[in-house]
Design a protein around this ligand. Structure first.
Ligand code: HEM
Length: 477
C-alpha cells in the first residue's frame, strides 16, 4: 500500500509550515508533488491530501462508512465536548445531526435576518471614526451577538452580556494555534494557557447548564422577539426516531459547538469579504449600485445577485477553513493510491478553489465567475460536503449578506495600509493579517425604521458625516 509522495522535512519545520504558512505550504507541495501528496505531522496519522474533483467526490459521497470524520476532528474534542456532532460518527452522528438540522433549514433564515441587521447596526455605531481600526474584532462582536441571540433568543440585558463575555473569553483562549497540539493541553495552573481554558470552559458550562435547566423548568421557550423560534427552544423540543429528547450534556456540547463553529468562522469570512470589496477595483461601486435599487429588508438583501457572488468568491479565494478530512476505517482507493486504514484522507478546500481548470486566473478576486452559475459541490466547497456538510451554511451565507449590506449602506471604509494582507492562523481558521485594518470616512445615522417587522432602509444617498456623535440610538439588537 503506497501513500502519495510528500515532503520529508524535519518534523519541526513541517509543523511550522502547517501552522504558520498553510496556504503557501499547500501550494508548494502541489507544485512539487502534483495533485495528491502526503504531509506527516508528529502524533497524527499521515494526511493524504487531495483536491481534484473526482477524488473530492469519492470522499464526500462515500457510503461505506469507511471514512470517518469524528476521529479526524478529535483534536477539537477538548474544546467542543465528546458529544458534539463534530466528534461523532455513524448512527450516533446521524441522530445528532438530524436533531440539529431543523433550526438551520433555509426557510428559517428569514427569522434571523433582522437580528443580523440589528447586530450590524450596533457594531457600526461603535466603529472609530477617521483613524485605523481592525474590522475583524467588530465582525466577531456581530457574529457572537447574532449566534447568542439566535441560539438563546434572549433580549439585550445582563444575561446576554454575561454569556457573551464568557464565550468570547473562551474563544479568545482557544484561538491560539498551539493549543490544538495535544502536548500543550496540560493544566499547569490557572495562568497556563490550558489552565485558563479549563477554567473558562467550566464557567461557560455552568452558565449553559443553568440556561438549559431554567428553560426546561419553565417549560416555555425564549423571550419576546424570536417567539420560540430560537435554536435552543427547537432543540429542547427535538426528538429522535425513538421519541427521545437530547440529554442536558448532549445539549451543552451542541450549544458549545454551535457557538464555536458559528462565530469565528463567519466573522473571519466577513473580514475577508470586506478586504476584497475595498481592494478590488470596481467591486464596491457595483455593490453600492445594486444595494441602492430598493429597500434593505432581509428578504431583498438575500436575493441580491452580485452580493451573493461576492460572498461566494470571498469564500473561494481564502476559505476560512482550508481543509476537511476523514480517517480511513478500512483501506480505500483514492486518486490512484491504495491507502491503508488509519490514514487521514484530506480534501484541500484551498487547493480545489485555486484549480485553474475550474477558475481561470484563480488568484484574482472576480465575483463575476459566480454570477448566474452554480459550481460543482466538488469544486466549490467552503462548507465541506456530503453527510458532514456544515449545518450552518445557510445561516452563515445569510449573515454575511445582511452584515455586508448594512456596513456598505451606512459607512464608507478604506484600507488603512498599503502593504499586502496575508492569512494568519487563529486555531483552525485563517484570518487576514492585522484583522483587516480600515479607516472609516463616513457613517450615516442608523435608519429609524429598523424593526423586526418593517425594515425599509434605503441604501441610496446616505448622509455625509464622520462624527460618532451623529450616530443614532443605542444598540437594540
Ligand atoms: C463562513 C462560515 C462557516 C464556514 C466557512 C464553515 C465551514 C465548515 C466546514 C468546512 C465544516 C466541516 C464539513 C465537513 O467535514 O465536510 C463545518 C461543519 C460544521 N459547521 Fe460550519 N462553517 C461556517 C459557519 C457555521 C455556522 C454559522 C454554524 C452554526 C451556527 C456552523 C456549524 C457547523 C456544524 C455543527 C458542523 C458539523 C457538521 C457535521 O459534522 O455533521 N458552521 N463547517
Amino acid at each position: 500500500m503506497a501513500l502519495p509522495p510528500g515532503p520529508r522535512a524535519p518534523a519541526p519545520l513541517t509543523v511550522y509550515n502547517w501552522l504558520s504558512r498553510p496556504f503557501p505550504f499547500l501550494s508548494e507541495c502541489r507544485a512539487r508533488f502534483g495533485s495528491a501528496f502526503t504531509i506527516r505531522l508528529p502524533a497524527l496519522p499521515p494526511l493524504a491530501i487531495f483536491a481534484d474533483p473526482d477524488d473530492v467526490k469519492l470522499v464526500f459521497t462515500d457510503d461505506t462508512d469507511s471514512m470517518v470524520a469524528g476521529r479526524f476532528n478529535l483534536s477539537l474534542s477538548a474544546f467542543l465536548g465528546d458529544r458534539s456532532v463534530l466528534m461523532l460518527d455513524g448512527r450516533e452522528h446521524l441522530r445528532q445531526r438530524r436533531l440539529l438540522l431543523p433550526p438551520f433549514h433555509g426557510e428559517r433564515m428569514h427569522t434571523y435576518g433582522q437580528v443580523m441587521i440589528d447586530a450590524a447596526h450596533g457594531a457600526i455605531d461603535t466603529f472609530p471614526s477617521g483613524k485605523p481600526f481592525a474590522l475583524h474584532g467588530f465582525m466577531q462582536e456581530i457574529t457572537l451577538h447574532v449566534i447568542l441571540r439566535a441560539i438563546f433568543g434572549i433580549e439585550e440585558g445582563p444575561r446576554l452580556s454575561a454569556l457573551g463575555k464568557t464565550v468570547a473569553e473562551l474563544l479568545e483562549i482557544v484561538s491560539w494555534p498551539p493549543l490544538l497540539i495535544p502536548l500543550m493541553q496540560r493544566d499547569l495552573g490557572p495562568r497556563s494557557p490550558w489552565g485558563r481554558f479549563l477554567r473558562a470552559r467550566n464557567e461557560a458550562y455552568g452558565m449553559l447548564h443553568d440556561e438549559i435547566r431554567s428553560r426546561r423548568a419553565r417549560g416555555d421557550s425564549s423571550d419576546a422577539s424570536l417567539r420560540g423560534q430560537d435554536i435552543l427552544s427547537l432543540l429542547l423540543q427535538a426528538r429522535d426516531e425513538n421519541g427521545n429528547p437530547m440529554t442536558d450534556d448532549e445539549l451543552r456540547d451542541e450549544l458549545v459547538t454551535l457557538l464555536v463553529a458559528g462565530h469565528e468562522t463567519t466573522a473571519t469570512a466577513l473580514a475577508w469579504a470586506i478586504h476584497w470589496i475595498l481592494t478590488t477595483p470596481g467591486v464596491e461601486a457595483r455593490l453600492r449600485r445594486e444595494l441602492a435599487g430598493g429597500d434593505l429588508s432581509p428578504a431583498r438583501i438575500a436575493k441580491l445577485e452580485l452580493l451573493d457572488a461576492v460572498v461566494r468568491e470571498a469564500l473561494r479565494l481564502y476559505p476560512v477553513i482550508p481543509i476537511v478530512g476523514r480517517i480511513l476505517d478500512k483501506p480505500a482507493h483514492v486518486g490512484g493510491f491504495d491507502l491503508p486504514a488509519g490514514v487521514a484522507v484530506v480534501c484541500s478546500i484551498y487547493l480545489a478553489h485555486r484549480r485553474p481548470e475550474a477558475y481561470p486566473e484563480p488568484e484574482r478576486f472576480n465575483p463575476d465567475r459566480f454570477l448566474g452559475k452554480k459550481l460543482s459541490p466538488y469544486e466549490f466547497f467552503p462548507f465541506g460536503g456530503g453527510i458532514r456538510r456544515c449545518i450552518g451554511m445557510a445561516f452563515a451565507l445569510q449573515e454575511m449578506k445582511m452584515v455586508l449590506a448594512t456596513v456598505l449602506s451606512r459607512t464608507t471604509l478604506r484600507p488603512a495600509d498599503d502593504g499586502p494582507v496575508r492569512p494568519v492562523r487563529r486555531s483552525i481558521t485563517l484570518t487576514p493579517s492585522g484583522g483587516c485594518r480600515v479607516i472609516m470616512t463616513r457613517r450615516a445615522p442608523r435608519p429609524s425604521l429598523t424593526s423586526s417587522t418593517s425594515p425599509t432602509q434605503t441604501a441610496a444617498a446616505p448622509s455625509e458625516t464622520s462624527s460618532p456623535a451623529a450616530t443614532a440610538p443605542a444598540v437594540t439588537a
